[in-house]
Write a protein that binds this ligand. Structure first.
Ligand SMILES: [Cu+2]
Length: 393
């Protein structure tokens, strides 16, 4: 393959050099220029028709691609309340671009043919034409203004949460770091405790301010569970570099910036189980599994173990090239029914971050001096010093 590519490059270079010498010959005034090198009417006609040929080539390619690759059933199967609005905006933009592209390509190639070089023909020159300029300025201006206004309207609709909606919403923090995500739930008070990268120490890997009353019931999870039909407000933080929280099925994306908290909120409308049951999703999964089965046969023949079958899961991905393992920075999202979510909360909310830090501190103390008995007050006091030291820095 490499040899072939090098060969192509060498041939193209040779052609370019050959053409350059021809141009150089033609520019020699008074020299004995070979007349066959100058394009005549027939050459121009051939080139004119070739332009048409190229137009046909683009159109046929477009039609072929539309017929074979334009089937995106999951493009319209968003799993959030605002999803259809994003999809509509996308569709309108694509249709407009497609229409303009089709018309301008036809005009471009037609005029190239119509005004091809002819013996004795002189180009008409005029400095400006106000009417023409007005037309080609005002039409794109109106269309673009319409698109931008519609986009702004959609953006405001999606990004600004009403106060009453915010009161009923669940608050979850998404913490980004090279190269993993962690979710922090606000607990029973639905208020996230303060956090700062300077507080990160030992078991407190999210830098939660352990002395903040709001932080006492906060707990973290490496799997994001959210209930269907309830607004979720995500507060994003980053520990190190720019990351971007991207949840494609919910049509949601927001940058995670070190040193500040960014926000995005949406209402999930389909549970993981419901999404798995969509005909388009069933088809997609079976296609993937057919490919995996084929690959497994090969692997087994080579004496390796077969691939596990794929099942669909929502994902939170990082959409900023943030380092070497960026491609693998993801977290599973599970959309539960409200009942399932309650059960999950019950199972997980007891493992608070404060508790984890206390346990870790107690364990460390026990291993330091096995003779002394450990009690909760001593580990408590240790926690406060951890925070106090962190605040001093
Ligand atoms: Cu990242």
């Amino acid at each position: 393959m490499t040899t072939l590519l090098i060969l192509i490059v060498v041939v193209l270079l040779a052609v370019a050099l050959w053409q350059l010498t021809k141009i150089f010959d033609l520019t020699q005034v008074g020299g004995n220029v070979n007349d066959t090198q100058v394009a005549n009417d027939n050459d121009n006609k051939v080139n004119g028709y070739l332009m048409f040929g190229f137009l046909g080539f683009i159109y046929l390619t477009t039609i072929y691609c539309l017929l074979n690759y334009s089937h995106f059933p999951l493009m319209s199967d968003s799993a959030s309340e605002h999803g259809p609005e994003v999809d509509r905006l996308m569709m309108i933009s694509m249709v407009l671009i497609f229409f303009v592209q089709t018309v301008t390509q036809a005009l471009l190639h037609y005029f190239a043919f119509k005004y091809r070089g002819k013996q004795g023909q002189k180009a008409l020159y005029f400095a400006d034409n106000n009417k023409l300029e007005f037309i080609w300025s005002i039409i794109p201006a109106i269309v673009l203004a319409g698109l931008i206004l519609y986009g702004l309207y959609a953006w405001t609709n999606i990004m600004f949460v009403d106060e009453e909606d915010a009161d009923d919403a669940i608050v979850i923090e998404l913490y980004a770091q090279q190269f993993k995500w962690e979710a922090r739930y606000a607990g029973a008070d639905n208020v996230l405790g303060k956090a700062n990268v300077r507080y990160i120490e030992g078991a407190n890997n999210l830098g939660v301010d352990l002395s903040d009353p709001n932080a006492q019931d906060d707990f973290s999870s490496s799997e994001l569970h959210i209930p269907k039909g309830t607004r979720v407000i995500f507060k994003m933080r980053s520990q190190d570099v720019l990351h971007s929280a991207y949840m494609p099925h919910f049509r949601a994306q927001m940058n995670c910036v070190p040193g500040m908290v960014t926000e995005f909120s949406f209402v999930p409308t389909l549970t993981t189980a419901e999404m798995r049951d969509k005909p388009a999703m069933i088809e997609k999964v079976s296609n993937i599994n057919a490919i995996r089965a084929k690959k497994s046969e090969k692997l087994v023949a080579e004496g390796q173990s077969a691939l596990d079958p794929y099942t669909f899961d929502y994902l939170l991905l990082c959409n900023k090239i943030c380092g070497a393992s960026h491609y693998n920075m993801q977290m599973k999202i599970v959309v539960d029914t409200p009942e399932e979510y309650k059960i999950w909360l019950k199972e997980n909310s007891a493992k608070t971050i404060v508790q984890a830090v206390k346990t870790a501190a107690a364990e460390a103390k026990a291993s330091d001096s096995p003779a002394t008995t450990k009690d909760s007050t001593s580990s408590n006091s240790k926690d406060t010093t951890v925070v106090a030291q962190a605040e001093m820095k």
